[in-house]
Design a protein. Structure first.
Length: 205
């Protein structure tokens, strides 16, 4: 069942809020796509409907080409993760990608020409905790009267809300690091395991 048809969903980013990341410059879209899948797979995310690998995560993909040859693309991922094999909680992450004015280009690095893309990409991220145990309580004629007590004392979801919140912001940081975007971190960050294939014009490698 799609996550948006479920009850007892908690938006960890706040009511109606998304994380939005925008990048407009030169990058390799294929390499970015691969890096995203690798990160998500490493963190245990998979397709939310078929319960399959991230490589099959698209619920929608489309593109058009304008008169000038620029491509406009859309694709969407709906992902799911069950923390610590919990039978009571599921994590969901919904990502919508919109590329605008994408054209093929080349960059020269270390004397070699590298094929790349130039244009704009916007990524919207939503994240939810699904409190599965609440549905079981609602369907129990006796226990449903104690669900408030159960959710705050016997099974406090706050730890899972915090866990997903932190993971989503870690994912956002990974994306910004890949695009070599400026970030404000209270610590010195080590080099990313995933190589960047983005070449912002304000940076000179």
């Amino acid at each position: 069942m799609p996550y948006d048809k479920l009850e007892n969903l908690y938006n960890v980013l706040g009511g109606g809020k998304d994380l939005i990341i925008k990048y407009k410059d030169i990058f390799d879209l294929g390499e970015f796509y691969t890096a995203l899948l690798s990160w998500l797979d490493d963190y245990g995310w998979h397709d939310s409907i078929e319960n399959d690998l991230c490589e099959k995560a698209e619920t929608y993909m489309g593109h058009v080409v304008d008169k000038g040859g620029g491509r406009e693309i859309w694709f969407r991922w709906r992902l799911k993760k069950t923390p610590d094999d919990s039978s009571k909680i599921d994590f969901y992450m919904d990502m919508a990608f919109h590329g605008l004015g994408l054209k093929s280009t080349e960059v020269v690095k270390n004397g070699k020409k590298i094929k790349a893309d130039k244009g704009e990409l916007e990524i919207n991220i939503k994240a939810f905790v699904h409190l599965k145990y609440m549905e079981k309580l609602d369907n129990d004629s006796l226990l449903k009267y104690f669900k408030d007590l159960f959710s705050t004392k016997a099974y406090d979801p706050a730890q899972y809300v915090k866990e997903l919140y932190q993971e989503v912001y870690a994912f956002q940081n990974f994306i910004k690091q890949w695009f070599k975007m400026k970030r404000y971190l209270p610590y010195e960050e080590s080099k990313s395991f995933y190589p960047s294939y983005a070449w912002p014009s304000h940076l000179k490698d």
